[in-house]
Design a protein around this ligand. Structure first.
Ligand code: FMN
Ligand code: SF4
Ligand code: SF4
Length: 247
């Protein structure tokens, strides 16, 4: 059983590669939106959590899911956390959150993938991204072997995640999002938003929540590059993983 969250596809690609042919992939965003928090784990099946690191911490929607999760028959439990640089203490924080649900996290794997954090700075594009994706495939194979061997480690250290989470809360406001004239009204941004924070009104997107998970799906995946976040993003690269049609 594999629980995943993704904004721009890195974590979904990793989840798809890690899942065995008959393993169920469960979207944590859908589960939160449908209030589904109880699961029976099939016999001898692992439980995986695959998601991106945000501010060395855990995405808000993942935290909301894990804080209410009830698992029956858990066996080996692992997390694969995708990142553009490093996962900090996010694994330690996840371990603490799951521990309160009587779920023991047996291992955490860091998976370096292309950076999608273009709200804050310009992100690499072109060859740098291609190279990252090629290297990520190798890392996923290594991680898969370790999961198959049920490799365990003591997971500790959540300090950087707790500091990062304070900064993350400050950056979760949707106020700086706006749409420019190149919007074609396709509605993809509203459809792709895991937090249901966008509604189409008069053929244009409107951010209807004051805060969101900040996954960057709306701004990175808009086919017209019509979404901006303050003035700086107009000149910045966008990133979409090939799993969602990016190159
Ligand atoms: C709000 C936000 C915060 C991020 N913070 C970090 C971070 O602290 N460290 C890091 O290495 N990458 C960080 N990233 C980059 C993502 O974790 C990375 O690109 C991830 O693979 C994206 O996964 P996804 O495509 O499944 O959404 C951040 C991205 C976003 C949108
Ligand atoms: S995805 Fe882009 S083009 Fe489509 S409605 Fe949203 S802002 Fe407009
Ligand atoms: S509004 Fe945009 S950044 Fe915020 S959760 Fe929705 S898609 Fe992600």
């Amino acid at each position: 059983m594999l629980f995943y969250f993704t904004g721009t596809g890195n974590s979904l690609l990793a989840a798809q590669r890690l899942a065995s042919s008959d393993e169920k992939l469960i979207s944590m965003a859908d589960a939160v939106n449908n209030e589904k928090f109880s699961y029976n784990v099939p016999e001898n099946e692992n439980v995986g959590f695959v998601f991106p690191v945000y501010f060395y911490s855990v995405p808000d929607i993942v935290e909301r899911f894990c804080r209410r999760l009830k698992l029956k028959n858990q066996g080996y439990v692992y997390a694969v956390i995708t990142c553009g640089g490093g996962i900090g203490g996010s694994g330690g924080l996840l371990g603490e959150i799951l521990g309160k649900r009587n779920i023991t996290l047996n291992n955490v794997f860091e998976l370096l993938m292309p950076d999608n954090a273009m709200l804050f700075y310009n992100i690499p594009a072109g060859n740098d991204v291609t190279e990252r994706l090629v290297n990520a495939e190798k890392s996923i194979s290594e991680i898969k072997n370790k999961i198959a061997a049920h490799e365990k480690k003591v997971i500790k250290g959540s300090t950087s995640a707790k500091i990062g989470r304070t900064a993350y809360r400050f950056f979760r406001s949707t106020k700086k999002f706006f749409v420019d004239n190149s919007c074609v009204g396709c509605g993809m941004c509203a459809k792709n938003c895991p937090d249901k924070a966008i509604e189409m009104k008069g053929g244009k997107p409107h951010w209807i929540k004051d805060v969101c998970t900040k996954c960057t799906a709306c701004i990175n995946r808009c086919p017209s590059k019509a979404i901006q976040y303050g003035k700086a993003t107009i000149k910045r690269n966008r990133y979409v993983n090939p799993v969602f049609g990016g190159k």
